[in-house]
Design a protein around this ligand. Structure first.
Ligand SMILES: [Mn+2]
Length: 442
């Protein structure tokens, strides 16, 4: 009898998943995204969800999903509404006659998954504190929790194709597909909200810009003829990552000489030559928000007279356009202003692109491009002149916050005038010298 019991206990202990109680008494390890916002920010997410749900009719239910993955694009609307930044999650928001409800579903991983992939954000207090959502549940319980809500749902909105995989999601998809009315898109309502940034968003954008600024300053100080474009890129991205920006908002563009004329060049493999211009269009990301800044520098440290002439023209166009970033104006007006300055100097035929786009969680952020400017909107102003025959491409791009009192250039700390760039480039940067342990250049 005793031996039987002992073997039963042994069997039981083999079947029981390893205990994590010891780990739970320790402070929570930092999540892989160090850009994760502290809990006090949850009130902003709560306010955004309330505003969003007010824009929908009672009886509406909205589904947002995200599957943690390095390859699938992030669901930025989920970030906007919860602050989550790539974690696997399904958010359900629903509107009733009297108000709205919110439920967050998070995976409860098996010990096996924890062993291989680590511990994801799980349902519970930590998730509630971070997102401001009181009700967090195991993703596996989604079906049973949705059931009592279901009869009250008249309209379903589904955000994108981000729901992910697995049994629960398959069942959810079947439920959606079985409904008479296909799911609607809430893109328009979300885009309208995301167009005007709240304080927290502006702080995040400013942080992304400040990190990008540090990277550009270091790169300008490091730039020397003979460096490869990717060496300059490495300095920018090193500074970005060193400061907690774990992704760039988009592929860095570092185009020297002829490549400065290619608008979205990002091969970044050419060796720079004395006298080249180098166009750097870069943006670090912070808490999901991207900066988007372009500086064009002379690799040798001083502009030639011709480069200077064109540079001053582009800068004049940019300054005039920035002055137009006032409440009530449109992007069309801003663009026309930049173009007019370049046209006066006979350069309009070398200006091929628009002047502005919205900036936020997406580098080309959502929102209607005809919307007149309102306080809290953030946009880029980036005129450029590209003369292929002279290997001369110049773009100057800054990030602008619209306020009641006029435009604020959030990226103003980065040298922009010819004099300021040349003065800054006299310095040494971390990319100037090779470290002892690096192989010598070929
Ligand atoms: Mn841009």
């Amino acid at each position: 009898m005793y031996r039987f019991l002992a073997s039963q206990i042994l069997l039981l202990s083999l079947l029981t998943p390893p205990s994590f109680t010891q780990e739970q008494t320790r402070p929570e390890p930092p999540t892989p995204t160090s850009s994760a916002p502290p809990p006090r920010e949850a009130s902003h997410y709560r306010a955004r969800r309330a505003r969003f749900m007010k824009s929908l009719e009672p009886g509406s239910l909205v589904l947002f999903g995200q599957q943690h993955s390095k390859t699938v694009p992030l669901n930025k609307n989920l970030t906007y509404l919860t602050g989550l930044d790539g974690e696997t999650a399904i958010l359900i928001l629903y509107r009733t006659a009297s108000g709205h409800g919110e439920i967050l579903f998070l995976p409860n991983p098996s010990p096996h998954q924890v062993r291989w992939e680590g511990r994801p954000l799980a349902p519970g207090e930590a998730a509630s504190r971070r997102t401001g959502i009181d009700r967090t549940f195991d993703l596996a319980d989604l079906g049973s929790i949705l059931q009592p809500i279901e009869p009250h749902v008249t309209e379903i909105y589904l955000w994108g194709d981000h729901l992910g995989k697995g049994k629960t999601v398959t069942a959810l998809r079947q439920w959606i597909d079985a409904r008479k009315r296909p799911p609607q898109s809430a893109a328009r309502q979300l885009a309208r909200l995301r167009l005007v940034k709240d304080d927290l968003e502006i702080a995040h954008i400013q942080r992304a810009i400040d990190i990008t600024a540090a990277g550009l300053l270091e790169t300008m100080a490091s730039a020397r003829p003979g460096m490869y474009e990717y060496e300059l890129e490495a300095v920018i991205e090193y500074i970005a990552q060193r400061n907690g920006s774990l992704r760039m908002g988009f592929d860095s563009i570092v185009g020297s000489g002829p490549n400065s004329c290619i608008l979205h060049y990002n091969t970044n493999r050419r060796k720079t030559e004395a006298g080249d211009l180098v166009l750097m269009d870069v943006g670090a990301e912070w808490a999901g928000y991207s900066a988007d800044i372009t500086r064009t520098i002379p690799i040798s440290g001083t502009f030639t007279p011709r480069q200077r002439e064109i540079y001053e023209a582009v800068l004049a166009a940019q300054k005039a356009a920035i002055e137009q970033c006032v409440v009530g104006n449109t992007l069309r007006k801003i663009h026309a202003t930049a173009r007019a300055v370049l046209a006066e100097k006979g350069l309009a035929k070398h200006y091929f692109h628009g002047t502005s786009h919205w900036l936020g969680l997406d580098v080309h952020d959502v929102g209607n491009y005809m919307t007149p400017l309102k306080p809290g909107m953030v946009l880029t102003v980036e005129p450029g002149v590209y003369i292929d025959a002279e290997n001369l491409g110049i773009r100057i791009e800054d990030d602008i916050l619209v306020t009641e009192k006029g435009p604020i250039v959030l990226s103003r700390k980065i040298p922009r005038s010819v004099e300021a760039i040349e003065a800054w480039m006299k310095r040494d940067g971390i990319g100037t010298q090779r470290r002892k342990f690096e192989p010598q250049p070929k």
